[in-house]
Design a protein around this ligand. Structure first.
Ligand SMILES: Nc1ncnc2c1ncn2[C@@H]1O[C@H](COP(=O)(O)OP(=O)(O)OP(=O)(O)O)[C@@H](O)[C@H]1O
Ligand SMILES: [Mg+2]
Length: 650
């Protein structure tokens, strides 16, 4: 295994160099057991429970902090692969199983429904001719029983379908959201819409269309009964069914395009609505409401127009097929009467055959009407399937000892998909645990892109980012995430209290951990000054916090837990002088705690507290080294090229 090659290399850190790889075969099972016991283990969450991790952390700490407690270090635990494809398979299997059962019930209902025409036939041909009340009573008792059973079976199958739909939603909701969240890293955020695809599939499972689909296979049963009555009548129904089939195909061809257009326009309108909700302040401040409404209206109108076009055709075809069905029944009555006149069949048979024909054709008609929703649901399922299978590449990974914070960046190249623009061009550097680096450079130099790569939120086209010698792609994602603190350039907080935000929304976070993170980030005083302190509720847009306060809470969030690598993307862009000082102190705290820090900044004030400085220009390292020589070089540069005074002159 390639991963273990790295791990067995001697580390330059005390924590790991004495640790040989010990893999116990039963560990996988043990982890899986824990997964299913943990408080967070719904049917789908593939992470070890937080309680477990905490226990490990405590054990590790008890083992001497340096990781020397050989038996207790959180090491060599395997997490199973993310079972998205498995979850899907299980969900599909459950539905299939239920559908099998529903099929059996459907067989029952369809056979029992034959009781009505048989009853009619018996009454007209036996009871009325023999004038026997006893026969009539007997027949009625039997038919009432049959109808009762039929009703029960029919409602049973609807109950089962409804429960299957709920089961699908319950089983797949969380895995889909989880897979979408993972996939959105490389995607465009559209992945989250897969959840509404699940709604579509769920809706289809309880729709009348599915019932019609299930009934269709029994049409031959009814047809053969009609053939038994008289081949002529059978031929009429068969040709009518074929006609309905042709209508269905033509309908599908004629409506597919406008329905697709309608859906596209609708999803555009929804996306626009989303962005309106996110930018409501801008829209109001700059009086852009009419424009926003117009853009939304254009897409919505487009969707509605296409919808009308499609539905028009759909209604026409549905009417044609309904007409065809009624005409078929009339034709059967007429021709049947003719046959009866010739003495080939009885009047009761004619009526019975006509009713059976209606019963045989109804599901075909229902399928035609619901064809569009079937197509939509099939496409929705296709997208779900796609997402879940694509996410399967998340194979199992060794959980390594918690990192020390050594960072190696090797020949990072980044060319965003679909472009030829090289944004990072073979950038390399190295930081030892506990070192602090300031990254400076002009706007558009690629600093934010580099920062995102360091935390693994975008993947390099080539080259690698290694934390403790291991490529971050090969770390267990949860463990890596807990070891990383990131403050992005545009800070967003989650709706919840400040406490929740600092704790990264974890419900097993202790108050002590939260307080520690706040103290490390030097925001305790600021939070204490708020009327509700740590319990202050933050809205989705960050209110009531100011921009600077938001940045500082985000800094505390970055410090939370076992952070070994901090990446701060212009964390002081909104800070005042006091905030700047607090940030400098926070970086000092990080240094004291041996946390590796990469801070991207445009302000000179921060440069005083870092060990090293890197200047990025055109996606490459223009200058890199210890602080003072780099500052000196920068000063020389700005002195010689007086025409372009650098902001950074110290
Ligand atoms: N996904 C992307 N697709 C295409 N180009 C991109 C993408 N992301 C970033 N860029 C381009 O990469 C360059 C570097 O962007 P980046 O955000 O890293 O700059 P920066 O150094 O952080 O600038 P600033 O100081 O303004 O924040 C810019 O020219 C930007 O247009
Ligand atoms: Mg930037």
């Amino acid at each position: 295994m390639k991963d273990s090659d790295h791990t067995s290399e001697p580390y330059p850190h005390e924590a790991t160099k004495s640790e040989p790889l010990k893999l116990k075969p039963e560990m996988g099972a043990e982890v899986m057991d824990k997964l299913s016991d943990g408080p967070h283990s719904g049917p789908v969450i593939d992470q070890p429970s937080n309680a477990d991790r905490q226990k490990e952390a405590t054990l590790a700490a008890a083992g001497g902090g340096g990781g020397k407690g050989a038996d207790t270090v959180p090491f060599h635990k395997r997490i199973g692969p993310d079972g998205f494809a498995d979850a899907l398979k299980k969900g599909v299997r459950a539905v299939r199983r239920n559908l099998m059962f529903v099929m059996i019930l459907t067989l029952g209902t369809n056979i029992l429904i034959l009781a009505i025409p048989i009853y009619l036939f018996q009454i007209s041909d036996r009871v009325l001719t023999s004038r026997s009340v006893d026969t009539l009573v007997m027949l009625t008792i039997v038919i009432v029983g049959a109808i009762l059973v039929q009703t029960i079976l029919d409602s049973l199958r609807r109950f089962i379908l409804m429960r299957s739909a709920v089961e699908v939603a319950a089983r797949l909701g969380a895995p889909i959201l989880s897979a979408a969240a993972h996939a959105s890293l490389q995607g465009n955020g559209k992945e989250y819409q897969t959840l509404s695809d699940l709604q579509q599939v769920r809706g289809f499972l309880v729709s009348g269309t599915l019932i019609s689909f299930l009934d269709v296979p029994f049409a031959p049963l009814f047809l053969s009964v009609i053939f038994l009555v008289h081949p002529h009548l059978g031929m009429i129904v068969v040709s009518s069914s074929l006609l309905l089939l042709v209508i269905a195909i033509v309908n599908q061809k004629m409506t597919a395009k406008p329905f697709a257009e309608a859906n596209m326009a609708q999803s555009r309108a929804n996306m626009h609505l989303d962005s309106m909700a996110r930018n409501s302040q801008i829209i109001n401040a700059m009086a852009m409401v009419p424009e926003a409404v117009r853009i939304w209206g254009k897409d919505t109108a487009g969707s509605l127009t296409a919808q009308v076009r499609a539905q028009d055709r759909n209604i026409i075809f549905a009417s044609i097929s309904r007409g065809a069905r009624l005409l078929t029944q009339i034709g059967m009555l007429g021709w049947g009467a003719n046959l009866a006149l010739q003495g080939e069949i009885t009047g009761g048979m004619v009526i019975a055959a006509s009713i059976i024909a209606g019963r045989a054709l109804a599901p075909i008609e229902g399928s035609i009407e619901g064809w569009n929703s079937f197509l939509l649901s099939r496409a929705a399922y296709g997208r779900i399937n796609d997402l879940m299978r694509r996410s399967r590449v998340r194979f199992e990974r060794l959980v390594l000892p918690d990192p020390q914070g050594r960072l190696d960046v090797e020949r990072l190249l980044y060319v965003p998909g679909g472009t030829k623009q090289v944004i990072l061009n073979g950038l390399s550097f190295h930081l030892d645990p506990g070192e602090t680096l300031a990254v400076i450079g002009n706007s558009g130099a690629g600093k934010t892109t580099l920062g995102k790569m360091l935390v693994g939120s975008i993947l390099p086209t080539s080259g690698s980012v290694r934390l403790d010698l291991m490529d971050i792609r090969n770390w267990d994602p949860r463990q890596l995430g807990e070891s990383i603190g990131y403050v992005p350039q545009d800070v967003q907080l989650f709706p919840g209290t400040i406490k929740d935000n600092i704790a990264r929304m974890r419900d097993d976070a202790t108050d002590a951990d939260i307080h520690r993170a706040a103290v490390l980030a030097d925001v305790n005083d600021m939070i204490a000054a708020l009327p509700h302190g740590y319990e202050t509720m933050v809205a989705a847009d960050g209110s009531p916090l100011s921009g600077g306060q938001k940045q500082r809470v985000a800094l505390a969030r970055a410090f939370f837990g076992k952070t070994r690598l901090l990446v701060l993307d212009e964390p002081n862009s909104n800070l005042d002088a006091a905030g700047d000082l607090a940030l400098a102190r926070a970086i000092q705290h990080a240094k004291d705690n041996k946390i590796t820090v990469v801070v991207i900044t445009q302000k000179p004030s921060l440069l005083k507290v870092v060990d090293k400085i890197m200047m990025v220009a055109d996606g490459n390292v223009a200058l890199f080294g210890y602080r003072d020589p780099v500052l000196q070089k920068l000063a020389e540069r700005s002195a010689s090229a007086n025409a372009t005074p650098q902001e950074i002159s110290s």
